[in-house]
Design a binder for this molecule. Sequence first.
Ligand code: 0X9
Ligand code: ZN
Ligand code: ZN
Length: 418
Amino acid sequence: MKLCEYLFSFSLILAIASASIKVRYDDHAVYRVRFENQQQRQVLQQILGKEEQKYDIWYEGRNEMHVMVNPLEASTFRSLAYMAGLEVEVFIPNVQKLIDDEQPLEERYNSDFNWKRYHNLEEIYAWLDKILIDYANVTEGLVIGQSYEGRDIRAVKISHNTGKPAIFIESTIHAREWITVATATWFINELLTSDNSQVRELAENYDWYIVPVLNVDGFVYTHTNNRLWRKTRQPNANSECIGTDGNRNFDAHWMENGGASDDPCEDRFGGSAPFSEPETKALSEFVANIKDDLRIYLAFHSYSQFLLYPYGHTEEVSPPNKEDLEAIGDVFTSAIKNLVYGTEYKHGTTPSLLYIASGSSVDWAYSEMDIKLAYTIEFRDTGRHGQVLPAAYIIPNSEELLAGLIALIDKAKDLYYI
Ligand code: 0X9
Ligand code: ZN
Ligand code: ZN
């Protein structure tokens, strides 16, 4: 065999091997289940039982849940729901089809870095290298630490004369939330290249710290093995199941009030201890070092179009500056609504709109780091595409974030937070 033939068959074998390990979601449907009261919600939870191969909860709100159902379970699921009197609707008939169509055909073999398609970690890091060179005088590349699998977790600092009030953006703690990193990189690019006066103000009056991909291992895994992976990739003792929910792993009311799972096989597993994950530990140490400069902490997530503020771990107590958090939420959401897309965001605490979440990064930043403006932003959409938002929505979503942030920061200034 000639060398080129050998290389060809070798790459073919690799392609086949990697194709065969990629999880497929043929005929997996996502159902929207509505409930009118807590009793119905409990019935649904009983039907779903432990989240294993059969079901994957994509969204859990106050009045509805979105559940991806394995085709082998579909008829059982539908009849159980029917018997329980739950209103069930197919939201997404075939998740694999959505995954196959996520990237536009004409972009698939385009090697440029742009916001018309989603990129993998290698492409994102190569782009970061490029902007660090192209905008060397206002950017600084930072490595906040290493992941479990040994990858660098990178941050970019954008600063026109350091010593300004600082804003921190954490993105992609949940691996499958691809719209978060696409939006984070778009926003970095905007800060560096836009000549819009409002954007220039944002860029030049603040020090920005942006971590585009926190959960690097999980993110790589969503590209190579399973598009819908959420957690980190560190194995768990005495369990076959891998990974922890990074957003339940912070040392802030960790594992309290049922706001996380103690089962390593579940998507909201809180980990073996606070900061058991190298990724959350690295982030916490990095933030702790700069906390005195930080005025605002933002965590990018998807989906559901929410701006969430603390506390996540309880509904019993309100944060001391709740009125301000709320007032800033008002302007953020109306700025987005006023754009041509007319997209509606809701704002409130996590339990008021979703569920109790303990050990989250935003609660930790707020309570433990004393950063008084701390928000989770849940991007588009509200479930029609859910976790697999087609790339055509990257730019609209990013424009909404920018408009929302301009309003948010403006109001924060009015209220003397900056
Ligand atoms: O559950 C989460 O971690 C976030 N939702 S997601 O669908 N992206 O997983 C919401 C977390 C917001 N809550 C707090 N920060 N407490
Ligand atoms: Zn998330
Ligand atoms: Zn309001």
